[in-house]
Each structure stands twice: as C-alpha cells, then as structure tokens.
Design a protein. Structure first.
Length: 350
C-alpha cells in the first residue's frame, strides 16, 4: 500500500461521511483501520533486518530450551544425604515419580561414619594408628595424679571481653583453613590419644563428672593430623563410590560429614568426637541418648560447645553432629550454648 492509495481511500471515505451523516461513525472506524494498517506495514518494511534477527534469536532460544528440558527430565535424581538442608520446590513436589525414585535411591545409600573407614585397615598410612578409642575408665585411670579443679563460673555482674586472637576461639572451617604457621602443643590424654595440652584437665573433669551422673563417655577421635584427615576423607569418598555414587556425589556427601583436609578442628587439637559405652555410632541417634543429652546440656561448664548443631547447617556447612565438641573456654561456651548460636556467629559479633 503506497501513500497515494492511502490518501485516496481516506479522502473518499471522508467525503462519503460528509454527504451522509449516518455513515459518519463507520467512516471514522474505516479511516482509523486504514491508517493503522499502513503504519504497521510501513514499520515492518522499514525494519526487515531487525525483525529477521529477532526471529532467528527466538528460534534459537526455543531450540535450546527444548534440549535443556529433555536433559532435566532424564537426569538421574541427586541423592540427598540425611541431615542436608534442601529448599522445597513446589514444582518438584508434583513430580511424584521422580520423588519416589530419589527416595528409593537414598534408602539404598548407607551413611558411613568415621569408625567404619578405620576398621578393616592396617593403617600403615596413618601416623598415629587406629588406637584412638578409649573408655572413661581407661582415661581416668591413667590420669589419677591429675588435680581436677573446677573453673570459676561467670558472675552475672562480671563483664567478659573476648579477643579474636585468643587461641581458644580460632575459627577453623571450609572458609578458614588451619593457618600454615599454626602450632599446637600436644598433650597425652592416654595412650596414643592426644589433644591440645591446655584443655586436658577440662576434658578429664567432664569425663569424671559425667561418670558420677551415670554417663560413661567414650572419646573416639581427638587430635588428627593432616595425613590422617586426608586418609579418612579419601576412604569415605571411595566407600560411597562403591555404593554407586559418582566422584562428585561422593565428595559432596563426604564433605558434609568430614571436613576437608586442612580445614578440620581436629588438626588443632581442640575438637573431640565423643560417644558412650552403650552407643558407638557417630550418627544423629547419639543426640537422643542420655549421654548425648548430658553433653549438650553440660559441655559448656567445661569449656566445650556442640560445634555443629541441628538447624545451623547453612552456617557451618556441616550436617548435625551431636558427637562433635569443640573447646572454646568456659566463658565463650556458656554464651554460645545459652544463645543457641554457632562459633561462626559468636566470632562475627565480636
């Protein structure tokens, strides 16, 4: 439609409308349609290249999206280990078939604890052997000469100050690995079992008081050097891969239960894995035992905190571990326990 033709049609219609007032409204409508159609066609004609380019991009996007959609539907569901925080997806909830497949796969995965990757090995590649498992009687019996005095509790009117440089508050996690120049003075708890020498009296005092309350605690993993941590980490990855996981899947679930070598509190001698004589598994079930409840309730009196509490995984990046306790000193431990926060949160607020 050229300009002259448009003008002739508009002029004829307007002329007809003037002669017959009954045609006035229909004429205006037709004129509007003609002018609008002309402008649309003119716009298309003047932007042919842009329209073609846009069409090609849309076509490419639609093709790419179709391939991505196929991959999404056919991808094997990711195994979700117990204890991992997962945000709910309303759309995924409707995929009942995929959810059932995920649940079935998860049930087939056996969650492996540290003791399982120690058993069955000669441990010639671990410097301090596999003898870091002692009962409360063995530990207290070998430390009868120790004078266990109780620390002074925090008074309500006493203001306590903290220093981030305090050795008791050193933050070790995946974002803050053990410093290269960090030095730890090890002391012997009993046998080959060692930890930072400065916390031994508090450890013994906790074991002794727990026994008096009818709780027989067992320390199964205190200080671990870098080599031992690496061996445990790699063994657990291999164990999960034998269950059918890929390396990346095995690494992911392992890093949620065993800290990456170089980022473990065990390497600085301030962390202990503690269970009891009636429950020897390092799993969530320990938190429901009398020993687990006693520790969670009383550990702060001896300078310890439950390092990886339930519901704080998004901060610690480690699943709930009711057996893992970290020494921070009685003052800090009391505040952290009473406020139900993590060491990360405590240090951030200093």
């Amino acid at each position: 439609m050229n300009q002259q033709l448009k003008d002739k049609l508009v002029h004829s219609l307007l002329k007809a409308g003037k002669k017959n007032k009954n045609f006035k409204i229909p004429v205006f409508i037709c004129v509007a349609i003609i002018i609008g159609t002309y402008r649309i066609i003119g716009s298309i004609y003047g932007n042919t290249k842009k329209i073609l380019l846009t069409s090609c991009l849309l076509l490419f996007f639609m093709i790419s999206s179709s391939f991505a959609s196929i991959n999404f539907v056919t991808t094997t569901p990711t195994v979700i280990p117990e204890g991992e925080i997962v945000k709910a997806d309303s759309a995924a909830e409707n995929l009942s078939e995929n959810t059932s497949a995920t649940d079935s796969m998860q049930e087939q995965i056996h969650i492996i604890d540290d003791l399982e990757v120690i058993d069955g090995y000669e441990d010639t590649d671990i410097s301090n052997g596999n003898t870091d498992y002692y009962t409360v009687d063995e530990i207290l019996g070998s430390n009868q000469s120790q004078e266990l005095t109780e620390q002074d509790a925090i008074s309500n009117d006493q203001k306590v100050t903290f220093d981030k440089e305090d050795w008791r508050l050193v933050l070790i996690n995946k974002q803050h690995p053990v410093p290269d120049d960090y030095e730890v003075t090890l002391g012997t708890i009993t046998g080959n079992m060692k930890c930072d020498a400065r916390i031994i009296k508090d450890v013994l005092r906790m074991l002794q008081d727990a026994k008096q309350d009818g709780i027989n605690l067992v320390i199964c993993s205190p200080y671990r050097d870098y080599q031992r941590q690496s061996v445990l980490f790699e063994r657990k990855i291999n164990a999960y891969m034998k269950q059918g996981m890929s390396y990346l899947e095995a690494y992911k679930i392992t890093s949620q239960a065993v800290t990456v070598p170089g980022a473990s509190e065990h390497q600085i001698g301030l962390a202990l894995d503690i269970i009891c004589d009636s429950y020897s598994l390092l799993d969530e079930g320990f938190g429901e035992t009398e020993a687990g409840k006693w520790l969670a309730r009383n550990c702060c009196e001896y300078g310890f905190i439950l390092r990886y509490p339930k519901g704080k995984e998004y901060i610690t990046s480690i699943e709930y571990e009711p057996w893992h306790f970290r020494y921070v000193g009685q003052d800090a431990a009391t505040i952290i326990t009473e406020q139900k926060i993590t060491l990360e949160e405590f240090i951030e607020n200093l």
